[in-house]
Design a protein around this ligand. Structure first.
Ligand code: FCB
Length: 477
């Protein structure tokens, strides 16, 4: 890239967070436990047995946080709503105090000229709904539609862009198959049911939102569609790639965007389930027209037929654990892609983001795409003068933004980019040990310090221009 490149006018520059990862205040204003409260309070589930009880106290500090975002020239902020704050048991009337928090947050954003982008579900299911069976139960999808209606009514006059569900793959397969995420179940057949009911929740939720939102509303879902690569071109490895691609991607984009599950997904998983939980009319209910599609990307996945190469660590994001997240795929091997890694152990490969955008742009050329998450964790530490220098994150963001720009130049319609994450936060099973923020949080004092990457990103958000090279930062030592 010889010169700086310019993004299209109106390209939306943002940062993202999610409710359980930042809010804290878990027992305030009527909120009741979500599956992440229960899971994180179960010994041994989260690194150092940490939890989101306080998190980064955003519930109390949201005004300062929004002012900080404005200072960083962000045009948009993607956050999620905590279901159990709004409808504590997942049934019954909405709790006004819970809704009011999000109304205040949205007002504060709008006052600062920052567009709110709302995600309804970022993994924090009310515990009572899990006790009634959770996502493997069909009823949960109906509950979600009711909750979507409530939030739609409360915020619809001031929020334009909405996403129903964030990363249904993680919710279904890490939550119910590998069990490394809440609710921590290890039942691969239940994970497939969960995937279907998350799809149904999206469809019913989208219909519910359409009923209550003004026609200018723009609705979507955010997928962590995974870039799956075969280790070699052998037919066996290519077949392994096809199977994992269906379990990672087709299981969601098939019904959501194309109106059907891939045929071979059903046959590949026939030993576990006959898919009779997919009822007449479900595919139509799921395949609702949407206005944009969110893509989250961190790292690619490399697979082979077992025996086709060394059996490396499973490179599925947030992976690990003794149980596989991938149902009916024990004969497939996962390999660490070559190259530098972040402290998550995730290989840095910006071509994956390019491939992801161009794949979805070909699949649904009519849909505008947004990168709703992309970013990197590093062991950031303040220098003696208090600055936080994170050249590795800047390099990561620079390379990935260049990949987005290349996809746009090649014709993809990308409307914006949301850095994950605005600030350091509770990184699920990793607790507070992994820092993804553009803003450093001192967890003892809750002080926020924008890292060098935040200042750098602000310059891009302000100008729409990505410089040819990332800056060289000197560390004081
Ligand atoms: C994504 C999640 C987000 C965060 C990042 C690192 O899968 O949506 O909450 O954990 O990974």
């Amino acid at each position: 890239m010889p010169e700086s490149v310019t993004f299209p006018p109106g390209f939306l520059w943002g940062a993202a967070t999610s409710s359980y990862q930042i809010e804290g205040a878990v027992r305030e204003d009527g909120r009741t436990p979500s599956i992440w409260d229960t899971f994180s309070h179960t010994p041994g589930k989260v690194a150092f047995d940490e939890n989101g009880d306080v998190a980064v106290d955003h519930y109390h500090r949201y005004r300062d946080d929004v002012a900080m975002m404005a200072g960083l020239d962000l045009a948009a902020y993607r956050f999620s709503v905590s279901w159990s704050r709004v409808q504590p048991t997942g049934r019954g009337p909405a709790v006004q105090r819970g809704l009011d928090f999000y109304r205040r947050l949205v007002d504060e954003l709008l006052t600062h000229g920052i567009e709110p982008v709302v995600t309804l579900y970022h993994w924090d299911l009310p515990q009572e709904l899990e006790d009634a069976g959770g996502w493997p139960e069909r009823e949960t999808a109906y509950r979600f539609a009711e909750y979507a209606d409530m939030v739609g009514r409360a915020l619809g006059d001031r929020v334009v862009r909405w996403a129903t569900v964030n990363e249904p793959w993680c919710a279904a397969f890490l939550g119910y198959s590998s069990g490394v995420h809440a609710p921590g179940r290890t039942d691969p057949a239940a994970a497939l049911r969960a995937a279907h009911h998350l799809n149904l929740a999206h469809g019913l939720g989208t219909s519910a939102l359409r009923q209550v939102l003004p026609s200018r509303a723009q609705l979507a879902v955010s997928l962590n569609s995974q870039v799956i690569r075969a280790l070699t071109d052998s037919p066996a490895d290519l077949d392994a790639r096809r199977r994992i691609d269906h379990l990672a991607n087709g299981v969601f984009h098939g019904p959501l965007l194309q109106g059907a599950y891939p045929e071979t997904l059903l046959s590949d998983t026939a030993a576990l389930t006959d898919w009779s939980f997919v009822r007449d009319g479900d595919l139509k209910a799921i395949n609702q027209p949407i206005d944009w599609l969110g893509l989250n990307y961190y790292t690619p996945v490399v697979v082979s037929a077992a025996g086709g190469g060394p059996k490396g660590p499973r490179a599925d994001a947030h992976g690990g654990g003794e149980h596989s997240p991938w149902p009916a795929a024990d004969d497939i091997a996962f390999h660490q892609p070559p190259g530098e890694r972040t402290v998550m152990g995730w290989t840095i490969d910006p071509t994956g983001l390019y491939d992801l955008i161009t794949t979805y742009s070909r699949l649904r050329p009519d849909l505008q795409l947004f990168v709703t998450e992309n970013g990197a964790a590093y062991d950031d530490k303040p220098e003696t003068d208090g600055q936080v220098l994170d050249p590795e994150r800047i390099a990561y963001l620079h390379a990935h933004l260049a990949a987005v720009h290349r996809a746009v130049s090649d014709g993809a319609d990308v409307g914006g980019y949301f850095l994950w994450s605005l600030m350091d936060n509770f990184e699920w099973a990793w607790g507070y040990s992994k820092r993804f923020g553009a803003v450093y949080v001192d967890y003892a004092t809750q002080a926020r310090t924008p890292k060098a990457s935040a200042h750098w990103y602000a310059g891009i958000a302000r100008t729409g221009q990505l410089p040819a090279e990332p800056p060289v930062l000197g560390r004081a030592g």
